[in-house]
Write a protein of this length. Structure first.
Length: 303
């Protein structure tokens, strides 16, 4: 069975480009707003937006790289580029989140004066732009880890803009200056869990861990349940990127299968079952068929 390594590759670059342009406009506006108002919430949101710009830029670059064909040197092409980009994006998010918490706690103790009216203007501007970004990215968020990270980035920005607006209203109508620091802390609490989730998934792919939602013991049992299969070892399931799970295994067959023509039929049966039986379809599988005597002679195999 031939496999096209490009299936599922290529995030919607047009959507990412539009989202990048919107984020750039909002970032410039929020930096100006943070300088004018001295707001931590706005400064934190601007920092978050800068991370978005870097992340969306990396996502756009990765979406371009993954379209490059595989070669003898890079047999999977640049499919891992989206994973590396998402991991770098998550790391930047974590840095912004930690800074926001430290600065927010400092400002709770000594809150600076923040003009509520100006803060409200920039908060509304940011929310409007983020809503546009969400609408642009919504249709492509299932295309891969890159697009999902980008969508979650913009969603967090929208929530951050809501926090800025609420802080501005509280300051304007009650005069409680600490509302700005509280909003900054809330934005940080929004950022950090998402950063960890994206980083954890990126590391899981890079470490070639078994994909979440797939029970390797059940995969092993399913293979062993097929006719003429007596053992399976060196079973590995990992992901090349967020959309491409791959499986390799050594499968021990009855000796007669190598003489009566059963082996090709078993291969077709195994591949079909793995592609259809589990919730996570494994369409790229590689099997090495062995006799019991061959398996016994291997010194490096493991279960």
């Amino acid at each position: 069975m031939a496999h096209d390594h490009s299936h599922g590759a290529g995030a919607p670059r047009g959507r990412l480009a539009i989202a990048f342009a919107v984020a750039a406009v909002v970032f410039v506006a929020e930096v100006i707003g943070a300088v004018v108002t001295g707001s931590l919430a706005l400064l934190t949101d601007a920092g978050h937006m800068l991370v978005d710009l870097v992340g969306l830029g990396m996502a756009l670059a990765a979406a371009t790289l993954v379209l490059r064909p595989a070669s003898d040197r890079r047999t999977w092409g640049f499919r891992r580029a989206e994973v590396l980009a998402a991991g770098a994006q998550a790391t930047l998010l974590a840095v912004v989140g930690v800074y926001s918490i430290v600065e927010g706690l400092r400002r709770l103790a000594d809150p600076p004066e923040v003009p509520g009216g100006s803060l409200l203007f920039f908060g509304v501007l940011g929310l409007a732009a983020n809503v546009v970004g969400l609408l642009v990215l919504r249709g492509g968020r299932g295309a891969g880890l890159n697009m999902r990270a980008a969508f979650l980035e913009v969603m967090a920005d929208a929530l951050g803009s809501v926090a800025v607006i609420v802080a501005a209203l509280v300051i304007r109508f009650t005069g409680w200056e600490r509302a700005d620091a509280v909003a900054g802390l809330l934005i940080a609490l929004i950022i950090l869990p998402r950063a960890w989730a994206i980083l954890r998934e990126s590391l899981s792919i890079l470490l070639e861990s078994t994909p979440r939602g797939l029970d390797l013991a059940k995969v092993r049992a399913h293979i062993l349940d097929r006719p003429h299969v007596t053992d399976v070892h060196d079973l590995h399931v990992s992901r090349i990127d967020s959309n491409l799970p791959v499986l390799t295994a050594h499968v021990v067959l009855d000796d007669e299968c190598f003489h009566d023509g059963h082996a090709p039929l078993i291969l077709r049966d195994l591949r079909g079952c793995l592609a259809e039986h589990f919730d996570l379809a494994i369409e790229h599988s590689t099997f090495q068929f062995e006799r019991a005597a061959d398996a016994a002679g291997e010194h490096l195999h493991h279960h």
